[in-house]
Design a protein around this ligand. Sequence first.
Ligand code: B1M
Length: 219
Amino acid sequence: LPVGERLERRIIDGARKGLEEDVDEALASGTKALDIVNTHLLGGMKVVGELFGSGQMQLPFVLQSAEVMKAAVALLEPHMEKAEGAEERSKGTVVLATVRGDVHDIGKNLVDIILTNNGYTVVNIGIKQPVSAMIEAAEQHDADVIGMSGLLVKSTVVMKDNLAELASRGLDGRWPVLLGGAALTRTYVEDDLAGAFPGTVRYAKDAFEGLRLMEPLVA
Ligand code: B1M
């Protein structure tokens, strides 16, 4: 198999042994680190989601796939392009969290990498975070934006509650909120959530849309 397909297969099979060699080979062939993530690793993860969703894969195997995905991203991260000046001065600060009750963090951590490599300061507070922890971190780090990630359908309701709590504490105008994760839809965020939230709330379908949205949100 060509190395890209091998990497995709590794994610699906949760096969960690020999990963370094395949990552090195893919990089040596001239494929950019981010393209390897977006095409091959995410391609494999999509299949894992489909197999799990249709009952053809059990949870422990999904976990193994997630571990291989994380290991591959960690190997590729040093090879990712950094925007000029990204390390010198920060374009703004974002507090990033996976919402209460949700453990999925691969997407959130990719958003962290992309924003960090493009000059933003990311305060990544982890998974299963209540909105109070996001507020605390945003205050402590004088953040410009709060970013919430969630993949479960129930996380979309948690996000709605979080916005309501920000508003009820009078904090809706303080931080614009960026939302992302596979269970969300643009209409849900832009119509349902934004319609009921006095502050600014935006939907990012992927890490790159998150990056594009940061500039107007920070301004
Ligand atoms: Co979970 N899981 N999982 N899982 N899992 C899903 C989400 C699911 C869709 C699978 C399925 O049924 N087909 C399903 C949810 C169904 C639903 O809610 N209706 C599901 C389920 C059911 C569960 C459990 C409940 C299973 C169980 O216990 N019975 C359980 C939940 C536990 C909990 O959270 N309380 C569970 C557990 C797990 C693992 C631990 C095994 C593992 C996670 C490991 C980890 O993250 N450390 C796992 C995985 C790997 C998945 C799938 C297969 C892959 C998720 C992933 O990493 N994708 C997933 C299937 C799927 O998503 N279709 C599934 C790759 C990642 C890069 O994509 O996170 O979407 P994503 O991020 C994207 C964009 O969404 C966006 O940018 C990223 C890429 O550019 N983005 C943002 C994300 N956050 C953003 C924030 C932003 C901006 C953009 O700004 C703030």
